[in-house]
Design a protein around this ligand. Structure first.
Ligand SMILES: Cc1cc2nc3c(=O)[nH]c(=O)nc-3n(C[C@H](O)[C@H](O)[C@H](O)COP(=O)(O)OP(=O)(O)OC[C@H]3O[C@@H](n4cnc5c(N)ncnc54)[C@H](O)[C@@H]3O)c2cc1C
Length: 510
């Protein structure tokens, strides 16, 4: 069966039937309060939508929002901090259920490192709470400003995915509030199928209202970080393979402008936790103040101004120069250097310059991240860089990571590598950029690769079905029907990729 045919097996959902609130034409539905209407934007600033935003602070409040949606024949899109690059938490002309006010830490045991949080607790809040007791989140993303509900919704990964897997591997249990109003406790023992599908289920099966996680014991607030340069993609992969047993974290940066013999050159960082006794002063290095990222440059220039200074470089010429300068500095002064760096300093490099994304204004940016098995990764990523160069849309930033497979139903991970590419978007290049990413999709699919909804803006339903496969999608559709029989939970991403499973409002009117 082809990927397209696959979607015809999607369930016939009750909300499509005449008589339900959703089946009423828009004119017959009760009006929504306009004071809830807001323009909501994707993190990459590449799309925005008018949405009725509700910000409940209790589980009961979340339930009420589902009721409101039902009464008005609207859909609900769950939203954490809105840090997904694309439309994963965008819901045009429907309800946006913003969970950021459910931000209480409900329980913490400093002896075991087990923490229970509401979904709107941010990663920042969580590490700041726990680090003084010697615990650090086992998996963190490149920014600390995500919510734990949103992180679980995408099952995010860190620079240690090859070692500790995605966030879901460290979630012990959660309460999932279904749109029907029922709360289901999920763990590896109870409702196991839902546990492995709702984590990474991009907010389609229910709303996490309580999450319990196991944090990682650390005996210092510092990491030992070794920097080295690499000549090519192959060189970087060889280094990663050699180092991955000893390393706790590995991450690479690729200069996507380099051509010919230098194509794929880059810089990499390996980090490892310090052992007991290596840090003479752990009580001090574990203090939140010692982790915080400085808010000035050289103690003088407010970092909030830095994106403005970067702006003149936000063009192909400027970015080629910056990439060249970064590689040269890393290949000379910084090469084969070991330094000690705080956990937050190493993990949240992308938070160093506040609002750096404004450099990409007014058009915004998209990120394209593909995950490719180790056997085909070098050839796939080499082709990707070449095509971008040929098409004249070169990514301003390229980030390389090592991954391992995991047991989550909608997983993006592979036993291989991911390559994340940041592309500027402008009114002029938009169509061309979408055509380019379609070509990149084909190369990725031929290489047996996968994609990641948290980063996606351009994937089409055929490519999504092709990498997920029939069996996975049918299992997911079946769970969707069980958990959300009225098909209330939808986002712009879900409609774009699985539109027929999750019909849009317009499709439903009779
Ligand atoms: C600068 C930057 C760096 C990043 N680095 C990484 C990285 O290193 N690794 C990585 O994996 N990702 C990374 N990301 C992506 C980011 O971690 C994910 O997009 C994450 O899901 C964002 O969390 P959020 O709270 O903003 O969620 P949102 O973006 O608001 O939502 C994410 C998804 O979760 C759903 N959702 C939200 N809340 C809930 C809930 N309570 N219950 C159920 N579903 C819910 C939403 O519907 C949506 O589908 C990065 C993003 C940025 C901007």
């Amino acid at each position: 069966m082809s990927a397209i045919e696959l979607k015809t097996t999607a369930p016939d959902l009750p909300s499509d039937k005449p008589g339900s609130a959703a089946s009423l034409t828009p004119e017959l539905r009760p009006p929504m309060p306009v004071d809830h209407l807001e323009r909501v934007e994707t993190w990459g600033m590449n799309a925005s939508a008018l949405t009725y935003v509700y910000r409940p602070s209790t589980v009961e409040g979340v339930r009420e929002v589902f009721e409101i949606a039902r009464r008005h024949g609207l859909k609900v899109g769950l939203r954490g901090a809105g840090r997904s690059y694309g439309d994963a938490s965008l819901t045009a002309e429907n309800i946006g259920l913003d969970l950021t006010r459910m931000n209480r830490i409900l329980a913490w045991d400093p002896r075991t490192g087990v923490i229970t949080v509401e979904p709107g607790v941010t990663l920042r809040q969580m590490w700041q709470y726990a680090i003084g007791d010697g615990w650090w989140p086992p998996v963190v993303s490149g920014t600390m400003f995500v919510t734990m509900g949103g992180a679980a919704g995408m099952n995010f990964h860190g620079k240690n995915n090859f070692k500790l897997g995605p966030l879901g591997e460290h979630i012990l249990e959660f309460d999932l509030l279904l749109p029907t109003g029922e709360v289901v406790l999920c763990s590896r023992e109870q409702n196991r199928d839902l546990f492995f599908a709702a984590i990474g289920g991009f907010g389609m099966l229910g709303c996490f209202v309580r999450l319990t996680l196991q944090l990682k014991k650390v005996c210092s607030g510092l990491l030992s970080v070794y920097a080295f340069s690499t000549r090519s993609l192959r060189h970087m992969m060889e280094e990663f393979e050699q180092r991955r047993d000893a390393a706790d974290y590995l991450v690479g940066w690729i200069d996507c402008f380099a051509r010919g013999k230098s194509l794929g050159r880059g810089l990499a960082h390996e980090a490892r936790y310090l052992h007991e006794g290596e840090d003479a002063n752990p009580a001090q290095t574990l203090r939140v103040e010692k982790q915080e990222l400085p808010d000035t440059l050289f103690g003088l220039i407010p970092k909030s101004l830095m994106w403005r200074a970067m702006r003149p470089f936000a063009n192909n010429f400027g970015m080629r120069l910056l990439n060249q300068a970064k590689f040269t500095a890393g290949n000379t002064l910084g090469n084969h250097k070991t330094v000690r760096q705080s956990h937050a300093g190493f993990a949240f490099l992308l938070d160093y310059v506040p609002d750096w994304k404004f450099v990409y204004k007014p058009g915004g940016l998209i990120q394209y991240q593909s995950f490719v098995p180790k056997e085909t990764a070098e050839s796939c990523f080499t082709q990707q860089i070449r095509i971008c160069q040929q098409e004249g849309i070169v990514p301003y930033l390229g980030v390389f990571k090592r991954h391992r497979p995991d047991a989550f139903l909608m997983t993006h991970a592979v036993d291989g590598y991911s390559f994340a590419l940041d592309f500027p978007m402008t009114a002029r290049n938009r169509e061309h950029l979408w055509q380019l990413t379609a070509k990149l999709n084909e190369i990725t699919l031929q290489a047996g690769g996968r994609f990641y909804f948290a980063k996606d803006s351009t994937l089409d339903s055929r490519s999504a079905a092709a990498y997920l496969g029939e069996e996975t999608l049918n299992r997911f559709f079946a769970l969707k029907q069980r958990c959300d029989p009225e098909n209330l939970l939808q986002t712009e991403l879900s409609k774009r990729l699985f539109g027929m499973m999750l019909p849009s409002i317009d499709d439903q009117t009779v």
